[in-house]
Design a protein around this ligand. Structure first.
Ligand code: URA
Length: 423
């Protein structure tokens, strides 16, 4: 088999065989296929797409070049994945919440690249929190208290790690088959039984159109089926930041408030939808019954107790969460109703402030970020607060922040949060 012929075949819109796909991934993982050839192939895939058969073969080849964890956890293990959103702190709330009603969530999460940190960066804003546990510590904690969140430092799917880094710098991230194989290889490798995927759709997400999101969802469900995994995809709206904060420490504080029953409506709708689906599948009860169990545990404090329990088990000190004490209130320069919020732009500003990374290995300032006081559909008066920013220094362009808000005089509908559930 010859790599150039395989690239040529994809360039000419022909379907690759399972053997050809396996050969490419084997060669790439063994460092026998240079990055420039993989870049060419990835770009041909972005432009000419892949069939369902090719995508399933790609996922299998990626998994065959890594390992599948056998966690030996008692009971049904559930997992969750998000395709990435600004202000997305759902895992921090969902994991202890579903554990509080008896589910097991053995979560491996990543660090962020781009706007803000990933779940692991957020948890590291809690002083002392251990993101690296041994496999035994991880399994013991999940068996004992139902939840642990650690860094996916173990190289379960090296093919994805290498390809994702390359896609990030070659404009080849936005491809349905590449996203499907990337997400599903990681989810299958971590060995859970029921997987809910929060597939973000909208102007501020990787997937902009509902049509593409539906195709991606169906593809991930099919891949899951071929490994006997139950996969449910929730298409959720990403047209503004999720919840009220962007930034690592601030997002932890918002998650704590949500677990204590003070979560914003948009954030809780996503949490209850994902949680209700996981609990209904794991316990074989209706979605409504499952959601009721979750709401009850937010109200009676059990969900927050579970959060404290797992953070303490991982040596985190909740009295010390990094938050900058330099706070600037950003006021609106006009009155009206918030029509649009450019979450990507806000996220980029947060990144420039230090909340996210430009490239892998960059350090993060856990204490910086913003609280968004006004969301789409809210009325704002001239000189009323739109945002509070938590900065490391005062070197910030307020006008850039104001530009992220489009304010109109007419009535504006709040966006619908859950667009579809596909299983
Ligand atoms: N998230 C992933 O894990 N992989 C992708 O390709 C895109 C989003």
């Amino acid at each position: 088999m010859n790599i150039i012929n395989i690239i040529e075949k994809k360039k000419n819109k022909q379907e690759l065989t399972e053997e050809e796909i396996h050969f490419v991934i084997d060669q790439y993982c063994a460092n026998k296929m240079p990055e420039y050839q993989m870049s060419a192939l990835l770009m041909a895939i972005v432009i000419n797409d892949m069939t369902e058969k090719e995508t399933i073969a790609l996922t299998k080849a990626m998994l065959d070049n890594g390992k599948i964890l056998d966690l030996a956890i008692d009971g049904i293990v559930v997992d969750k994945h998000s395709t990435g959103g600004i202000g997305d702190k759902v895992t921090l709330i969902l994991a202890p919440l579903v554990a509080s009603v008896g589910l097991k969530m053995a979560k491996m999460s990543g660090r962020g690249l781009g706007y803000t940190g990933g779940t692991i960066d957020k948890l590291e804003s809690i002083k002392g929190y251990r993101v690296n546990l041994s496999k035994k510590e991880f399994v013991d904690q999940v068996n004992k208290i139902g939840v642990a969140i650690i860094s996916s430092n173990e190289e379960l799917v090296p093919a994805d790690k290498k390809m994702y880094a390359l896609r990030d710098v070659t404009a080849t991230v936005e491809s349905v088959p590449l996203i499907a194989s990337s997400v599903m290889s990681k989810k299958i490798a971590t060995g859970s039984d029921v997987i809910v995927i929060d597939l973000k759709v909208g102007n501020d997400a990787l997937i902009k159109k509902e049509k593409d999101a539906k195709r991606l969802a169906n593809l991930m469900i099919k891949i899951g089926k071929s490994y006997h995994k139950k996969v449910i995809c929730v298409l959720s709206c990403m047209e503004q930041p999720l919840g009220n904060t962007i930034g690592n420490g601030l997002e932890v504080l918002e998650s704590i408030e949500a677990l204590k029953g003070h979560g914003s409506k948009d954030l809780m709708e996503v949490v209850y939808t994902l949680g209700g689906i996981l609990v209904s599948h794991a316990k074989n009860i209706s979605f409504e019954q499952a959601k009721e169990e979750l709401e009850k545990n937010i109200q009676n404090g059990k969900a927050y107790q579970k959060f404290e329990e797992f953070v303490h088990a991982q040596k985190g000190d909740l009295n010390h969460i990094a938050i900058s004490d330099k706070v600037i209130s950003v006021k609106s320069n006009q009155s009206g109703i918030i029509n649009e919020i450019d979450a990507m732009k806000l996220g980029n500003i947060a990144k420039m402030m230090g909340a996210g990374r430009e490239k892998e290995g960059d350090s993060i300032n856990f204490g910086v970020g913003m609280i968004i006081t006004k969301k789409i559909g809210d009325f704002v008066l001239e000189d009323e607060e739109l945002l509070k920013i938590f900065v490391a220094d005062n070197n910030i362009e307020i006008n850039q922040l104001l530009d992220c808000f489009d304010i109109k005089k007419d009535f504006v509908n709040r966006p619908k949060m859950i667009l579809d559930v596909i299983e």
